[in-house]
Write a protein that binds this ligand. Structure first.
Ligand code: MN3
Length: 199
């Protein structure tokens, strides 16, 4: 199997003005593609592994040969995290549904959740991702991962993610990561989050 960068489920300008067209083109067409290309290159000599879904590889990193483990972690993680990120957003998003209700109940208010999540994303040191997850105790949780790490490596179910690598926002927002995060809430696809939780 050859891993492929999936087409975006919307046009490059669909998330304007929150996520700008130029950033999305570069982020998807250059950054994501580079991860996919490097994952393919890393597994050239491992056709047995290249048969597997990238999600499977990331969920079983500890079982992989040491010679490819770091590359799969970085490039495979970059591939699946970006796919998950693209599919977490849509144009004309509506903040409603089962997860929105559960968040409101668990955090006391939706704003309290947004504040905690936004703060977690804004203060992540270096490059990484902030996730809404379904924890092992079945409650919802907020977690950060560094670089291209994924919660699924620790058997934690991801529901929503924001990419807070600088390349995700620097062209439009410069150093102001918090402004990017504040804008991003406008394009979160809560119906997709519900689908993931139910799956
Ligand atoms: Mn990225």
């Amino acid at each position: 199997m050859t891993y492929e960068t999936p087409k975006l489920p919307y046009a490059y300008n669909a998330l304007e003005p929150y996520l700008d067209e130029e950033t999305l083109k570069i982020h998807h067409g250059k950054h994501h593609k580079a991860y996919t290309d490097k994952l393919n290159a890393a597994l050239t000599d491992h056709p047995d592994l290249a048969q597997k879904d990238a999600e499977y590889l990331i969920a079983h990193l500890g079982d992989l040969p040491e010679s490819v483990r770091t590359k799969v972690r970085n490039f495979g993680g970059g591939h699946i995290n970006h796919t998950f990120f693209w599919e977490s957003m849509k144009k004309d998003a509506v903040q409603q549904g089962a997860i929105v209700d559960e968040i409101t109940s668990q955090w006391g208010s939706f704003d309290a959740f947004k504040e905690e999540f936004s703060n977690s994303a804004a203060t992540l040191f270096g490059s990484g991702w902030t996730w809404l997850v379904r924890k092992h105790d079945n409650t919802l949780g907020i977690m950060n991962t560094l670089n291209q790490d994924s919660p699924i490596t620790n058997n934690i179910k991801p529901l929503l993610v924001i990419d807070v690598w600088e390349h995700a926002y620097y062209l439009k927002y410069r150093q102001a990561r918090a402004d990017f995060i504040a804008a991003w809430w406008n394009v979160v696809d809560w119906q997709k989050v519900d689908e993931r939780d139910a799956a």
